[in-house]
Design a protein around this ligand. Structure first.
Ligand code: NAD
Ligand code: UDP
Ligand code: UDP
Length: 317
């Protein structure tokens, strides 16, 4: 029989980078965790260490199909996040965000579960407002190569707020800014893993465009703290709320940092800038500070070193 004090928590995309860290924290806390993943970009290896735990269960399932389970809370993270991967099968990317949201919202409605959506800073597109706050509606190209991800996530937010208004669901929406750390896939294709792997292998560092575009990078542990806090906010707080680290760097600065921290003699080479690549990105964290009482604490140099150590150890294996 189930222990009544334990929460039953569903994590979709739980075998991915962020999802696996979230599962770690929930399992350690004593909740009953159901991790659902179709292993499109995630892997069993990310959660292999949890498989023997009595309060952890792994299920292969694609969220574009209905799912009938009994849960109290849902963290909806299923969706490839790297441009290389989400552009590989763009139709499936939109389906994952939109049909996935419908199915998980339907599940939340039937179970009266609370549900959190992992949305993204990409809803702001290539922004004219800087830093981005949650009241900014964004500047997204609806027909470009990034649209399957950006518009899929925007539509998922629409669905969350319509289920909130129409069906009185308890919803939470977080807009995650670029996050990095151990368990990113070495071939993930995102900038932090690319630069580190290139530096460690002595390959050229591929800097897209002039390298003057900016991003603000958050270490995974800080991000998971914020997600957990968000789920526990009062029911009348839905978000959306930005979570990320406000430290803003150009991609050129990031490449130089990675070279310095790895001591690599790799060369920086320029490659064409992909279309619709946002010029700048930095979260306004006012709302997160106010409602979550949260502030990221891990500076980029410290987080990068931890990530470099992780990738070094995978190379040794
Ligand atoms: P990830 O690619 O490592 O994880 C995504 C997980 O979802 C993978 O395990 C993948 O196999 C799974 N998945 C994909 N499609 C699925 C489907 N149809 N059914 C079931 N599982 C499916 O990426 P991540 O960085 O861990 O991102 C997790 C979530 O956070 C995503 O929703 C992403 O959009 C969001 N997010 C991440 C970042 C970031 O910087 N890491 C930024 C903004 C938003
Ligand atoms: N759904 C699900 N699990 C559930 C309940 C619903 O996967 O436990 C899916 C189901 O496929 C449905 C969708 O969620 O189409 C939306 O559910 P909702 O109840 O909002 O709408 P309806 O069933 O009327 O289409
Ligand atoms: N980028 C780069 N080299 C790479 C991969 C990415 O210069 O090998 C750049 C990319 O053009 C973008 C930034 O780094 O300006 C962040 O890219 P990423 O794919 O990590 O995330 P997103 O563009 O979704 O923020």
């Amino acid at each position: 029989m189930r222990e009544k004090w334990k929460k039953r928590i569903l994590v979709t995309g739980g075998a991915g980078f962020l999802g696996s860290h979230l599962c770690d924290r929930l399992v350690a806390r004593g909740d009953d965790v159901l991790c659902v993943d179709n292993f499109y970009t995630g892997s069993k290896a990310n959660v292999a260490h949890l498989l023997g735990k009595p309060n952890f269960e792994l299920m292969r399932h694609d969220v574009t199909f209905p799912l009938y389970v009994e849960v109290d809370e849902i963290f909806n993270l299923a969706c490839p996040a790297s441009p290389v991967h989400y552009q590989h099968d763009p139709v499936q990317t939109t389906k994952t965000s939109v049909h996935g949201a419908i199915n998980m919202l339907g599940l939340a409605k039937r179970c009266k579960a609370k549900i959190l959506q992992a949305s993204t800073s990409e809803v702001y597109g290539d922004p004219e407002v800087h830093p981005q706050n949650e009241d900014y509606w964004g500047r997204v190209n609806p027909i470009g190569i990034r649209s399957c991800y950006d518009e899929g996530k925007r539509c998922a937010e629409t669905l969350f707020f319509d289920y909130f208004r129409q069906h009185k669901l308890r919803i939470k929406v977080v807009r995650i800014f670029n996050t990095y750390g151990p368990r990113m896939h070495p071939d993930d294709g995102r900038v932090v893993s690319n630069f580190i792997m290139q530096a460690l292998r002595g390959e050229n560092i591929t800097l897209f465009g002039d390298g003057e575009q900016t991003r603000s990078f958050c270490f995974v542990d800080d991000l998971i703290d914020a997600m957990l806090k968000m789920m526990d906010t009062p029911d009348d707080f839905t978000g959306p709320v930005n979570i990320g680290n406000p430290g803003e760097f150009t991609m050129k600065e990031l490449a130089e940092k990675v070279l310095r921290l790895t001591g690599s003699s790799s060369r920086i080479v320029h490659k064409p800038l992909p279309s619709d690549d946002p010029r700048q990105r930095k979260p306004d964290l006012t709302r997160a500070r106010q409602h979550l009482g949260w502030e990221p604490s891990i500076p980029l140099d410290v987080g990068l070193q931890k990530t470099i150590d992780y990738f070094s150890s995978t190379l040794g294996r």
